[in-house]
Design a protein around this ligand. Structure first.
Ligand code: ADE
Length: 262
């Protein structure tokens, strides 16, 4: 029997960073009911026959950590899938590409000189990683969803007009995503981040917090970010248009495919 709390094998938590992404999900969920907990609206229902709890992550590390904790502790989800957008940092990480995190660091964590810069105090590491096999499955699925063949086939992605948006065929990257309580929109700040964390592919405001909570609960998680901007001086201009034209469609297609694979 299922209830709304406790442990449920196979229940999946879906965290969306943007309201447009969440709405796209709710539009295809057949039977969701809303529960308000901790000031958040949790949508409990099904998608492709899987039990899911969908929720807006809220912005920033603390908000995202609280939302994640509720998914794990109150709703007992076994996996967390996070989708959203991010600023591209790595060379060759272009607007419209997708980054799957295999490591996450809080770029604004700094308890030096007590602990090395970026290290999570008490945990002895700065980067957290989801299980490698889980990440590999997620990455393969995202590659499949965004392959030239599936983009041409339409489906959930029929409304994404890459050429009209002057976007190339999306590339899927796997690597380090860094998170901090700061929207980065200055080329100088990007250079500083890349200098101290040269492996960083993308920067956003929640992923590493989600990772820390999932790590504490030993629950696998995926952080999947579509690149909306290059975190430079134009970042805030590109952002809203991109979510509407591209990111919400990618997120939905990716989540739908993942539910059939993970
Ligand atoms: N999310 C999307 N773009 C971002 C940026 N430039 N900085 C932080 N978070 C983001």
């Amino acid at each position: 029997m299922s209830s709304t709390t406790g442990h449920h094998p196979g229940r999946i938590g879906i965290m969306a960073a943007m309201p447009e992404e969440l709405q796209a999900l709710l539009d295809v969920m057949p039977d969701e009911t809303m529960q308000r907990v901790a000031g958040r609206e949790f949508w409990v229902g099904h998608l492709h026959g899987r039990e899911v709890v969908a929720v807006l992550s809220r912005i920033g590390k603390v908000a995202a950590a609280t939302t994640t904790t509720m998914l794990l502790s109150h709703y007992g989800v076994d996996q967390v899938i996070f989708t959203g957008v991010a600023g591209g940092l790595g060379e060759g990480v272009r607007v419209g590409d997708v980054v799957v995190a295999d490591a996450l660091i809080q770029h604004d964590m700094d308890a030096s000189p007590l602990f090395p810069r970026f290290e999570l105090p008490g945990q002895g590491v700065s980067a957290l990683s989801p299980p490698a096999a889980f990440t590999a499955r997620v990455r393969e699925t995202v590659e499949q969803v965004l392959s030239p063949a599936s983009l041409a086939a339409g489906g959930a992605l029929a409304d994404v007009h890459l050429a009209a948006l002057q976007l190339a065929q999306p590339r899927v990257h796997q690597g380090l995503i860094i998170s901090g309580d700061q929207f980065i929109n200055a080329a100088q700040t990007c250079r500083e981040l890349i200098q101290v964390l040269p492996a960083a592919l993308a920067v956003e405001m929640e992923g590493a917090a989600v990772a820390q909570v999932c790590h504490d609960f030993s629950v696998p998680y995926a952080v999947i970010r579509t690149i909306s901007d290059r975190a430079d001086d134009d970042a805030h201009i590109d952002f809203p248009r991109f979510i509407d034209a591209v990111a919400r469609h990618y997120s939905l297609a990716i989540v739908e495919a993942l539910l059939q694979r993970v």
